[in-house]
Design a protein around this ligand. Structure first.
Ligand SMILES: Nc1ncnc2c1ncn2[C@@H]1O[C@H](COP(=O)(O)OP(=O)(O)OP(=O)(O)O)[C@@H](O)[C@H]1O
Length: 247
């Protein structure tokens, strides 16, 4: 695959916190339409990598290219605007609003809570909200308050709030933590469906879920790339078994 097909190119990425390199000379490349899963032991630097990509943490060295844009020089909101969406571990939804209102608020036109609530619900927004609600399995819950949703449904709602902004790269930090087995299966189905026109970067510990979604797996250890390739490949890599899977 030629370089132009990468949605994300991370090269020599390093961040140092008081001399401690949480991410150390890391390089990896994500294809358009790929689901890449990052795995590794606690403290390997997985969350820090997502923090660096979304601009929450500034790199000490190295480059992060999203299509043709250098993200290390951009601010967090500029990175979101460029098409990189990030979901954190805990859902940040408006609990006292309905599913519909949460999705509507996230629609790119609806900036700011009050402005968005009062702005005319034109056809495009309504259509988009319905389309996303269907995709995230919440079609029957559109007018339900978000605080009444299950934990898994709240996670889906937050994914929907990102999807409605149509990011080209979606980053998810342990999206199935706390979900039932059935919800995990549905989440895998959802992610497999949305990659028709976008790429997904996921941090995950649940190996069954990794198997259900990963096109390729990147294994981190002590801030460095330990192994990379298909799940089968990294699972049979003795280095990975030693520091992660064998535990
Ligand atoms: N802002 C910071 N200041 C100092 N140290 C940090 C900071 N952020 C992360 N670290 C350290 O960097 C290392 C990597 O942390 P990170 O959270 O990225 O690991 P992780 O692979 O996501 O782990 P887990 O699976 O436990 O979430 C840890 O040792 C952590 O304590």
């Amino acid at each position: 695959m030629s370089k132009k097909d990468f949605v994300l190119s991370v090269e020599g990425l390093t961040v140092s916190f008081d001399g401690f390199k949480a991410v150390n000379d890391l390089s990896f490349y994500v294809d358009e339409g790929e689901i890449r899963v990052i795995i590794g032991p606690n403290g390997a630097g997985k969350t820090t990598v997502l923090d660096l990509i979304c601009g929450r943490t500034k790199a000490t060295d190295g480059s992060i290219k999203f299509r043709d844009q250098e993200l290390t020089r951009m601010k967090e909101h500029e990175i979101v605007h460029a098409g990189v969406g990030r979901k954190f571990q805990n859902p940040s939804i408006y609990e006292d609003l309905t599913v519909f209102e949460n999705l509507e608020l996230s629609y790119p036109k609806g900036h700011g809570v009050f402005g968005a609530l009062m702005f005319k619900r034109d056809e495009a927004v309504i259509e988009s909200v319905h389309e996303i609600a269907d995709m995230i399995f919440l079609k029957e819950h559109l007018y339900q308050r978000a605080d009444l949703l299950s934990h898994g449904q709240k996670q889906w709602l937050e994914i929907g709030m990102l999807l409605i902004q149509d990011p080209a790269l979606l980053m998810l930090d342990e999206p199935v933590a706390g979900m039932s087995i059935a919800e995990r299966k549905q989440t895998a189905e959802l992610l497999n469906r949305i990659t028709q026109d976008r790429s997904v970067l996921v941090i995950e510990h649940d190996m069954q879920f990794v198997e259900d979604i990963a096109h390729r797996v990147t294994v981190l250890h002590q801030g460095k790339l330990l192994s990379e390739g298909s799940l089968e490949h990294v699972k049979s890599d003795p280095k990975v078994v030693e520091v992660y899977l064998g535990h």
